[in-house]
Every structure is written in structure tokens, then in C-alpha cells.
Design a protein around this ligand. Structure first.
Ligand code: ASP
Length: 336
């Protein structure tokens, strides 16, 4: 188990009443059931547990190190993480942990462990059970990066945080859930990835964060778009468009976008809609983007598109190769 911080382990500051990160011992003391859950657990904790708003690619590399260094000694891994950026971390790890054949289950909670109605216990204990679950041949039931939260197991790179208050905080809007819990854990095996035994596990560490996410809105100004696209420090753009991947028909917009692509930037088209996919060929307002050299993000979440682009750019690939890989599913993140 890797403890990174988050509400699950937080305590209230008596003076400010704000929730603040606390060490793993306090969390463990409040879940004595962990000792009797049937799994043999060792824990690694971040030296300074964090609110996940402080999560960075550096922390993702730290998690990959911990998993890679211990890969052969454990059946599975549970990561305790704040909910705010859990979907980003789950997406990032799904790319960094290549050819994974063991479960990596992220969880956390909306209420701290010390709260009377806390959701921490159920989330944590079930995540452990899922990380240890095997099929009839003794193989891991869920050999992929997932989020377990409030009765649902979701593929990590299909997840998004959808509520700041509800205990059901995550959704998987474009892919079925992998398991549902009630009195039993019901695995939906047809949707769970099967690892290729011929491909060995490989840990990757490098991410290039020179990316910006920008959203269209009616009335968007040329100067604002130019300000973003002309920066040398921006090498990739996650472009959040309307509907099935459409943008206003403005010559200046198409010119700025195609110049940016010609200058080596990768621009990925993601819809602002919560469900559905980008189809740039469908409308003239979308086709102009296709002609400007923009890459389709298909039915990707923003979190998966962003971390996939960071990962591909981090591998030092050519713009052509990045475009090619954005158009294939490398960890189940898009439906082709
Ligand atoms: N701010 C917290 C975090 O993301 C929220 C949570 O864990 O639910 O670390």
C-alpha cells in the first residue's frame, strides 16, 4: 500500500478548521480491520503526505519507482490518494506502467477517516480485496490501473471526478465499469484488460508537462488564443471544443492552429461534453480543424488525453509518431 495523502488521512486543524494532511499511523489506527482482512500488507508512505492538489509528475515517477522496485514481491498495489487529482494520477500511471499484469488500485475518500459517516473504511478495505482478488487460474482478476470508489471499480484512464460532495465522486462516462460491489464484488470480466504474457512489464518515468488545456467558448478572442499558441514553452495543447469536436469558423483561428501544428506543436481535440466522442469529419466546423492538422482525442477524458500526451512527449518521440499513438489505444484509454 502506498500512502500519498488526501482527505482519507486528513485531520482538522483546531484553529482554522481546515483539513490538513496527516501521517499513515493515524489512518491505520482508525482502521483496525486492515489487520484482519486476510491480506498481508506492507506500507510505503510519502515522506510528506500531500493534498492531491499538490500532485506533480515527479510524484507519479515516485509511485512508479515504488511499484517497479517491489513488482515481483507483491500480488497487487493499493494507492491511497486525494480525490481531487486521482483521475489524473490513475491515467498517468496507466501509461507509465507498461504491460502491467498486476492490479494497481487507487482509492481515497470524501470524508476523513475520523468522521462518523466516513466512506474511507469501505473504500480502503474493498480496494485491498480487489487488489488481492484472483481468478480460477490464480491470476490477478484486475491486472490494470483502476480507481475503486463508492461501490464502483473504474478503469483509471476512463475516470473523472464528477462531484465535490457526493460519496459517488467518480464516473466512467465512456466505458463500462469493471466491477460493482454490494454484498459481493461482481466483476464484469468482459471489460477488464487481459495482459499479453509475451510482453514484459516496463516502468517508465518521464513525462513532459509543457502542455496547456484550453477551452473554447462563444466570443473567444484572437489575442487570447494567440497568447497561448505562440509560446515556445507550450509544445502540446489539449483543445476542448464544442460537441463532436467543432470550433467557430474564423479564419484567424484556423490560421493560428495550423501555424502552431507546422511549428511542431501537437494539438489534441477533446469534446467539452461529458460523454461521446470527437468526429471532426461530421460538420464543416470540425472538418476545418482536421484540415489544420489537429489530432482527434476520440472519446478520451481530459485527464487521459493530457497525461497520454505528456507521456508520449516525455519519450522524445517525433510529432508524427505522437500523432500515430494518439490515434491508437495504448492502455484502453480510447475506443477506436
Ligand atoms: N483536497 C483533497 C485531496 O484531493 C480532497 C480529497 O481527498 O477528497 O487531497
Amino acid at each position: 500500500m502506498i500512502y500519498t495523502g488526501g482527505t482519507i488521512g486528513m485531520v482538522r486543524n483546531a484553529a482554522t478548521l481546515a483539513l490538513e494532511s496527516c501521517d499513515f499511523e493515524n489512518l491505520a489506527a482508525n482502521i483496525p480491520e486492515m489487520k484482519h482482512c486476510g491480506a498481508d500488507i506492507d506500507t510505503v508512505t510519502f515522506e510528506h503526505p500531500i493534498d492531491s492538489s499538490d500532485m506533480t509528475p515527479r510524484h507519479w515517477a515516485d509511485m512508479v519507482h515504488i511499484i517497479a522496485d517491489n513488482y515481483n514481491s507483491y500480488d497487487g498495489f493499493v494507492i491511497l490518494h486525494g480525490t481531487d487529482t486521482m483521475a489524473f494520477t490513475a491515467s498517468a500511471l496507466s501509461f507509465l506502467l507498461e504491460n502491467l499484469s498486476k492490479p494497481v488500485i487507487l482509492t481515497g475518500s470524501q470524508l476523513p477517516i475520523e468522521a462518523i459517516r466516513t466512506d474511507a473504511k469501505e473504500n480502503l478495505l474493498t480496494a485491498i480485496e480487489i487488489a488481492a482478488a484472483c481468478d480460477e487460474n490464480g491470476r490477478a482478476m484486475v491486472p490494470e490501473v483502476c480507481i475503486y470508489f463508492h461501490e464502483k471499480l473504474i478503469r483509471g484512464n476512463r475516470s473523472s471526478k464528477i462531484s465535490a460532495n457526493n460519496l459517488a465522486a467518480f464516473s466512467s462516462s465512456n466505458y463500462p465499469i469493471l466491477a460493482r460491489t454490494g454484498t459481493e464484488i461482481e466483476f464484469h470480466r468482459e471489460y477488464i484488460r487481459t495482459p499479453d504474457p509475451a510482453k514484459p512489464f516496463k516502468a517508465n518515468y518521464d513525462m513532459d508537462p509543457s502542455i496547456i488545456i484550453f477551452s473554447l467558448f462563444p466570443g473567444i478572442q484572437r489575442e487570447a488564443v494567440e497568447g497561448i499558441l505562440s509560446k515556445d514553452s507550450v509544445k502540446g495543447v489539449i483543445f476542448r471544443t464544442f460537441g463532436s469536436g467543432n470550433a467557430p469558423e474564423r479564419e484567424w483561428l484556423v490560421d493560428l492552429l495550423s501555424d502552431a501544428v507546422r511549428n511542431g506543436k501537437t494539438i489534441v481535440n477533446i469534446t467539452q461534453c461529458a460523454t461521446g466522442k470527437v468526429q471532426m469529419e461530421k460538420y464543416r466546423t470540425g472538418r476545418q480543424l482536421l484540415e489544420a492538422g489537429i489530432v482527434s482525442g476520440h472519446d478520451s477524458t481530459v485527464e487521459a488525453a493530457l497525461t497520454k500526451l505528456m507521456y508520449l512527449m516525455g519519450q522524445g518521440l517525433s510529432q508524427e509518431e505522437i500523432r500515430r499513438q494518439m490515434n491508437i489505444s495504448i492502455a484502453g484509454e480510447i475506443t477506436i
